[in-house]
Design a protein around this ligand. Structure first.
Ligand code: HEC
Length: 117
């Protein structure tokens, strides 16, 4: 099942990175895609896993994200990445805007097509 889904998604995301519709923060979307998607699934899928209070908690509690990922060197490196450091607030806003009970429904667009990871 997973393989059937991942390939078209991959093609869709590679084929269309340059035609962004600015209904959500596409820069945040792409940053998440680069730094978190390898483990957490697509940015919208990831955002939906928890609610807005939890996003706040994980991002605003000092050292929390690092602690959760302490056994994942790749994740730790990505958290230290200057892209993450620079855009942390934007990512938090993106996650909250698209979180579990946000009601955000993201249709098929140039960055993203479908709701599965
Ligand atoms: C190398 C894989 C990996 C990468 C890359 C990664 N994570 Fe995680 N993340 C995990 C794992 C595994 C857990 C679950 C840890 C646990 O439950 O103890 C997790 C848990 C979390 C949680 C706690 C809530 C939840 O969904 O379980 C948050 C928030 C989180 N990650 C944010 C991020 C962000 C933001 C990024 C990108 C900057 C990121 N992660 C990149 C592996 C990763």
């Amino acid at each position: 099942m997973k393989k059937i889904i991942v390939l078209p998604l991959l093609i869709a995301s590679i084929a269309s990175l340059s035609f962004a519709a600015e209904k959500y923060d596409t820069k945040a979307f792409r940053t998440v895609q680069k730094l978190c998607t390898s483990c957490h699934g697509t940015p919208f899928y990831m955002a939906k896993q928890i609610d807005e209070d939890d996003w706040d908690f994980y991002f605003e509690t000092p050292g929390k994200l690092e602690k959760i990922h302490k056994e994942k060197p790749e994740a730790l490196a990505n958290l230290k990445n200057s892209l993450f450091q620079k855009r942390k607030k934007r990512l938090l806003k993106f996650f909250i805007d698209n979180s579990k009970f946000s009601g955000a429904v993201n249709g098929c667009d140039a960055n993203f097509c479908g709701t599965v990871h």
